[in-house]
Design a binder for this molecule. Structure first.
Ligand code: G3P
Ligand code: CA
Length: 258
């Protein structure tokens, strides 16, 4: 598998599965990742947080109620408790039995399928030790030999700055904090990142032009419909992040042959 840097140089535009193929399978589960892999999506985005006993898991929300059979704050769960919750039935009964995966399981799956990982580090919970948290995330990625095949992103820019000290070879992308009017180049200078990610609403000409002039790659989330894709295609955006990546990839392929 090529390092991510080489892949991006050779692919000026590609689709990223947002939380896995989260429109068709429960987000941040192995089923959602497998669905994206089966559709040939080159990169899968996942959200990561730590359990109370320091396991790195795929999880988006602060609380477990929306996407599992449990209740309560995610970071208060030990992994042995969290892993007993059902993480699929809320989405569709056919996914009953899906569990909250460890980052390690997700990365092993992605690596064996030669698929890149986009790892969004969620902001730390109150009282969490930030360096320890990042060291644990970095250790998993290193162990799985995915450092050169992963992009780390975050709304919590301090996490990215610190991560680069722990893992100097890592690739990072700052996600625009809603309401932040700073130029991408200014954000990137402060963070030391090589890519900039923003929402579809924030994807405006001035932002994209500023990012490109600063040599940054740009990613946009979430692009789920043809109308949304058309908006993004006005700009030279590299990563198109979608809940329905197979449909968006098909649409792009169709346009390329027209
Ligand atoms: O890729 C960025 C996107 O994943 C950020 O938003 O809330 O889906 O994690 P969210
Ligand atoms: Ca995310």
């Amino acid at each position: 598998m090529k390092p991510l840097a080489a892949f991006v140089r050779e692919h000026p535009r590609f689709v990223v599965a947002h939380r896995g193929a989260s429109a068709v399978a429960p987000e941040n589960t192995l089923a959602a990742i497998n669905t994206a892999i089966a559709a040939g999506i080159p990169m899968v985005e996942v959200d990561v947080q730590l359990t109370s006993d320091g396991h790195v898991v795929l999880f988006h929300d602060r609380t477990v109620g929306r996407t599992t059979s449990g209740r309560g704050r995610m970071h208060r769960f030990r992994y042995s408790e969290l892993s007993t919750l059902d993480a699929g039935e809320w989405f569709d009964p056919t996914y009953r039995g899906e569990r909250v995966p460890l980052l390690e399981e997700a990365l092993r799956l992605l690596r064996s399928a030669k698929t890149y990982a986009s790892i969004e580090i969620k902001p730390p919970a109150e009282g969490e030790n930030l360096p320890t948290r990042l060291e644990r995330i970095a250790a998993v990625v290193e162990q799985c030999q995915m450092t050169e095949h992963a992009l780390f992103s975050s709304f919590h820019h301090e996490s990215l700055r610190l991560l680069r000290q722990i893992l100097p070879r890592c690739h990072t992308a700052a996600i625009n904090i809603p309401g932040d009017r700073r130029a991408p180049s200014e954000i990137a200078r402060a963070v030391g990142c090589e890519a900039f990610v923003c929402s579809l609403r924030e994807c405006t000409r001035w932002r994209v032009e500023d990012a490109l002039a600063a040599g940054l790659y740009v990613g946009v989330y979430t692009v789920n419909t043809v109308a949304q894709l058309e908006r993004v295609l006005r700009y030279p955006v590299t990563a198109i992040v979608s809940n329905n990546p197979a449909a968006i990839q098909r649409e792009l392929a169709m346009r390329a042959t027209e």
